[in-house]
Design a protein around this ligand. Structure first.
Ligand SMILES: CSC[C@H]1O[C@H](OP(=O)(O)O)[C@H](O)[C@@H]1O
Length: 375
């Protein structure tokens, strides 16, 4: 059965609460942009593409409900203004990933055009928004499958001698739980596995939110892909001792020069890769490329609550099938007095990135040593 983090039908949106995984599969209904904002802020849904899709679909559900309950404003201008206001609110949920801001920019243009049409109405503007938001959901899965194909071909062509299987290392979660489906870096890994080229994937636990041990491991077990979970601090020993052909990660924002913001710990992996002569790839749809941001220095890095570091959310396993939310325990692992710095992302400089895998293909640096990116 395909793993679905986002379940959408016109007027209805449900998300798999990722704070409960891997032990509990609970879907939450989102009925408004406020519901969407909180789901993203609380990381019940996370991952750059998934954040954009859930936020924009939450507003689509809100608009559809307004119409079915007779509360949708009559005029095109009023609905256009409402959409602008709600998108401006939604983009404040998390600052680093660019996909939501990119989607908001595109959707504002779409509703502006719909509102400018002769004899436009509130309903016409609403419909233009909903259709565009629904298309983004469909486009994301198609883009991820193309990313997977291009990335797998590149790795086989550049990281192995003919016929050899590859072992790769990945960080955080970039799969069906971070997107509308299939995934970006994990999509490349799925494609390697599907074409028989994957020996094994190693995934880091990705402290402090544990996207790797809780989410990526969950996806790999679900898909029966040969995988080994390691702590973040084991990565260097792994690359030193194992034949790792490539390290492949996702992205939250790729600046115009190729500098890439991704989950904290990514920069360290890029240094490790370069030291050992291992290829380092970033996999992301072009909606993650932000040409308006010149370099990584200009990317806002989200700093999250210190409790995420101090505390560890564990579940008391009382035997199969006996786990539910009341068994969740939050165990404090550090004294209150210690100061905590908890940046959720870091920036990997373009010079340490060997390729950026997009749905159009793998972008490598030119003879001038720089990436030439397009959106
Ligand atoms: C497919 S993009 C996933 C990207 O987002 C993750 O961050 P978070 O879990 O905090 O949303 C991580 O940086 C992944 O690479």
């Amino acid at each position: 059965m395909v793993l679905q983090a986002i379940v959408y039908a016109r007027g209805e949106l449900r998300i798999l609460d990722q704070t409960k995984l891997p032990h509990q599969e609970q879907y939450d209904s989102l009925r408004s942009s406020i519901d969407g904002w909180h789901a993203i802020k609380e990381m019940r849904v996370r991952g750059a593409p998934a954040i954009a899709i859930v936020a924009t679909l939450a507003l689509a559900v809100e608009l559809e409900t307004m119409q079915t309950s007779g509360k949708l404003p009559e005029t095109a201008e009023e609905v256009k203004e409402f959409v602008h206001q709600k998108l401006n609110y939604l983009v404040t949920s998390r600052p680093t990933a660019v996909n939501l801001a990119d989607a908001a920019r595109k959707l504002k243009k779409i509703v502006d055009a719909a509102a400018a049409e002769k004899d436009s109405t509130g309903e016409k503007v609403k419909n233009s928004y909903i259709l565009a938001a629904e298309n983004m959901l469909v486009d994301d899965v198609r883009d991820n499958e193309n990313i997977g194909r291009h990335g797998a071909e590149w790795i086989v062509g550049n990281c192995t001698s003919s016929g050899e299987k590859v072992s790769v290392l990945t960080h955080c979660n970039t799969g069906s739980l971070a997107t509308a489906g299939y995934g970006t870096a994990l999509g490349v890994i799925r494609s390697l596995h599907a074409n028989g080229s994957l020996e094994r994937v190693f995934c880091t636990e990705t402290r402090p939110y544990n996207q790797g041990s809780r989410l990526t491991a969950y996806e790999l077990v679900h898909d029966n892909i040969p995988a080994t979970l390691i702590t973040d601090s084991t990565a260097a020993a792994l690359v030193q001792k194992e034949n790792i052909s490539a390290i492949i990660v996702g992205a939250d924002r790729v600046a115009a020069n190729g500098d890439t913001a991704n989950k904290i710990g990514t920069y360290a992996l890029s240094i490790l890769a370069r030291h050992h002569g291992v290829k380092f790839l970033v996999a992301a749809p072009r909606t993650t490329i932000d040409l308006a941001t010149a370099s990584g220095e200009d990317i806002t890095i989200e700093v999250r609550p210190s409790e995420e570091v101090r505390q560890f959310r564990g579940v008391k396993d009382r035997g199969k099938g006996d786990i539910d939310s009341q068994h969740w325990e939050t165990i404090s692992t550090a004294p209150e007095g210690i100061e905590v710095w908890n940046p959720s992302f870091d920036v990997t400089p373009a010079e340490l990135i060997d390729g950026i895998v997009t749905e159009e293909g793998v972008v490598e640096k030119g003879h001038d040593g720089v990436f030439h990116l397009s959106m």
